[in-house]
Write a protein that binds this ligand. Sequence first.
Ligand SMILES: NC(=O)c1ccc[n+]([C@@H]2O[C@H](COP(=O)([O-])OP(=O)(O)OC[C@H]3O[C@@H](n4cnc5c(N)ncnc54)[C@H](O)[C@@H]3O)[C@@H](O)[C@H]2O)c1
Length: 430
Amino acid sequence: MIGTGYVGLVSGVCFADIGNQVVCVDKDKKKIDKLNAGVTPIYEPGLSELIKKNFLAKRLSFTTNIDKAISKSDIIFICVGTPTKKGSIKVDLSFVYKCAKEILKCSKRKKIIVTKSTVPIGTGDEIEKIFKKKKKLFTVISNPEFLREGEAIRDFRYPDRIVIGSNEKKAFNIMKKLYIPLTNKGSKFFTTSRKGAELIKYASNAFLATKITFINELANLCEKSGVNIEDISLGMGSDRRIGGRFLRAGPAYGGSCFPKDTKGLVSAADKYKINLSVVKSVIKSNQDRINLLTHRVHKILGLNIKNKKISFLGVTFKPNTDDMRDSTSLKMIPYLCKKGAKVYYYDPSGEKKEFKKIKNCYYRNNINSNCIDSDLVILLTEWDEFKSIDFKKIIKNRKFKVYDLRNLYSAEEMKKNKIKYYSVGRPNTN
Ligand SMILES: NC(=O)c1ccc[n+]([C@@H]2O[C@H](COP(=O)([O-])OP(=O)(O)OC[C@H]3O[C@@H](n4cnc5c(N)ncnc54)[C@H](O)[C@@H]3O)[C@@H](O)[C@H]2O)c1
């Protein structure tokens, strides 16, 4: 596995756990040193235990030495990042192509090269061009990954589908053999062209982002029209053609995939002169949502928020991960601090380097010390431990408000307890 991040590490460990000999490579020496010392560099439930088990069984190893890892391996998964290029919507494929060049350099016998990274249509063809000098040695396959952070191990073990894209028939048999332990448990094995597999990944993420954006916009309508968005989600989601998942109103979508993949898809379509107007609107609407939710803080606390104490519960884009990429908190917290508010935050995955240099922003390591003396508590991430907080017990002798961006609490209960409560897409939100 080249790239030992959220995808490479989880996939590597899970492949080892189903009996393969796996070596995880990363250029980040600190990450590899940690792994070799028994420390898991990311927060992912169940991962540490699985690493330990497979490391001790000698099925799993970690190294920075890419040459050695490649020369020993039959199948090489490229799992490096594919971020958005700075100041553009294009995908930065430099990490992927660099890997391909290193693979070319160190390969003396036949290799199967599998792209697990999310890459635009035609990237497999570009990789093949890099290999053209030793063309016969390489078979290039696309196998996009669909795991979700926070549920990554379960998602790897029980995927809805395994998508394999190749232009060579023999590649399907090799991959089928590798994935037998998963297909035996019922996961669908879906084969297509290499470009097809590349596009399936972008199309899936853009569609899910569209669902979230759709329900978020409807939440705005619900707030104005006195309807409860949860009834709409349930009423719509019960229709099997629509499905209830990704239909919960809340903050803008974030994370390491949806924001970059929606942009990546539009950029790839631009290349073919195709206007993906729906996806473009989704990107715009999601950016607007961050501004809308941030400015709503002024509606709650007034225009002047200087010296107001605002406490965030959760800053990651979703629970059970430490991933901060494109989280709504990255925009909200700096804005509120700049306006003079004193922002405190607590996240079960720990302090964040992203906020260390921001003036007026402080980390607290538990709910109580984070919320005490608050003027406003903002519930941003639905970690389990935020679901039944007795706010009145924590914030005593002080008027405070709660802004619940995940609708974790009942508005009626909050009213009964005389807590000024604001949520998303519910009639009393404003
Ligand atoms: N994170 C997710 O939930 C998720 C889910 C599905 C697909 N994906 C896709 O998988 C890919 C990886 O995502 P991630 O979240 O795991 O990224 P990540 O940033 O967590 O990990 C990437 C790793 O690759 C390493 N790396 C980069 N270049 C290297 C090289 N030449 N040699 C060795 N190591 C190198 C980096 O040091 C880093 O540790 C992306 O394309 C992403 O879109 C991510």
